[in-house]
Design a binder for this molecule. Structure first.
Ligand SMILES: [Ca+2]
Length: 384
């Protein structure tokens, strides 16, 4: 732990608050109130390693850290060293929100050392989210034999990729896919991958028990649809539950429990409005469309989602943690108090300190966050 140096100066960033601006949002009758205070008195941040636009993180069983940088590719960091590139991935399409994005370790990583990385590929006119799989070399310097196991439908925008990866308890891989902003209407059509979560086998083939496996009413790889831009994905093996956060427009960010074949409503129903304040739809609920477990008005721009399963934060075990990246109150790490599988409240931590791109629990049981703007990865230290 000697490499951890205490973070020196992190002031509120008023300049960043302008992007999501004022909120003339609809009433939020179902929003939950503040959580009951836990046994943790507070948290602070300690710098682990500098990183440039870190996007996704995954800790190895030995405690080492793999992470992506949006433009820099895959990196490896171990305590006592400095972050170094991991070679092997192809050049990504880098523009707007495109680049090297989510990653995940194979459930059998300890024996097969397989790593999965989502990245953008293609051109301005036709680009996609692809998932590459490769074997991490013993010295952590290369992804060996990288192969593309999945490619989403192409779009001609550089926005809303989703691109988080999470394995289910059955070893199937979930990939979240944004609707490219321009293709929001396509989110309602499971016959394309825009605005979906797909589920594939670890070799990229489609599981026979997917809800549209026969291809009649949807693409075989589609697991759920009606999403906008899912940038938080966490599978809770203890309860066999896939949790997902997605960006709303202005207001209307959501936390959902994702189930097969279900329509999550975007853009037919939402608790948000367009960025310019105009109405997308007056409907917040509709027959055949799932309601979120909780939502945020105004938006926080959620990215990254994990659960504390360790004993490092007494009182917080089983709670979800979501990163917030933007909005009037959006520079927060949100603790989502989960009681009996339901959202019992939300507590904003580290308010105003930074924009949180990702949050994961490390092999040591502590939470780690990747910062979108301060260009580093930090450990969340509890005050007990
Ligand atoms: Ca929804």
């Amino acid at each position: 732990m000697s490499v951890f140096s205490r973070l020196a100066v992190l002031g509120p960033l008023a300049i960043m608050l302008s992007a999501c601006g004022e909120a003339s949002a609809p009433a939020a009758p179902a929003n939950t109130g503040p959580a009951q205070p836990g046994a943790v008195a507070g948290v602070s941040l300690e710098l682990v390693t500098p990183a440039e636009q870190p996007w996704g993180m995954a800790f190895l069983p030995d405690g080492g850290l793999l992470f992506t940088e949006k433009e820099g590719g895959l990196k490896f960091f171990a305590a006592g060293g400095s972050a170094a590139p991991v070679s092997g991935l192809p050049a990504a399409y880098v523009a707007g929100q495109a680049g090297y994005l989510g990653l995940a370790l194979d459930p059998e990583f300890e024996s097969n050392r397989l790593v999965y990385v989502a990245l953008s590929i293609g051109t301005d006119a036709a680009n996609s989210t692809a998932v590459f799989r490769g074997r991490l070399s013993e010295d952590h310097t290369a992804l060996e034999n990288p192969e593309q196991i999945f490619k989403a439908d192409a779009r001609d925008t550089a926005y809303h990729y989703g691109a988080r990866l999470a394995f289910g308890g059955d070893g199937k891989l979930f990939v979240s896919l944004g609707e490219g902003f321009k293709y929001m209407a396509d989110s309602q059509n499971p016959k394309n991958t825009h605005g979906t979560i797909v589920r594939i086998n670890s070799d990229g083939t489609v599981p026979a028990d997917n809800p549209f496996a026969d291809g009649v009413n949807g693409k075989p790889e589609v697991w759920s649809y009606g999403h906008r831009n899912v940038q938080g994905l966490y599978f809770d093996a203890a309860t066999d539950t896939l949790w997902a956060t997605e960006h709303g427009p202005r207001g209307g960010d959501e936390l959902n429990i994702v189930k097969p074949g279900v329509n999550y409503g975007w853009p037919k129903i939402t608790y948000g409005v367009n960025y310019d304040g105009t109405v997308i739809t007056k409907e917040t609920a509709a027959e055949g469309m799932a309601q979120p477990e909780t939502y945020w008005v105004p938006s926080i721009a959620p990215s990254g989602l994990t659960m504390v399963t360790s004993d490092k934060y007494p009182g917080w075990e089983g709670d979800l943690f979501a990163g917030g990246m933007n909005g009037p109150d959006g520079l927060v790490l949100v603790r989502i108090d989960i009681q009996d599988g339901k959202v019992a409240g939300k507590e904003n931590l580290l308010k105003g300190e930074m924009a949180f791109r990702d949050v994961v629990q490390g092999t040591d049981g502590y939470l780690y966050v990747a910062n979108k703007d301060f260009d580093g990865i930090f450990r969340v230290v509890p005050q007990l």
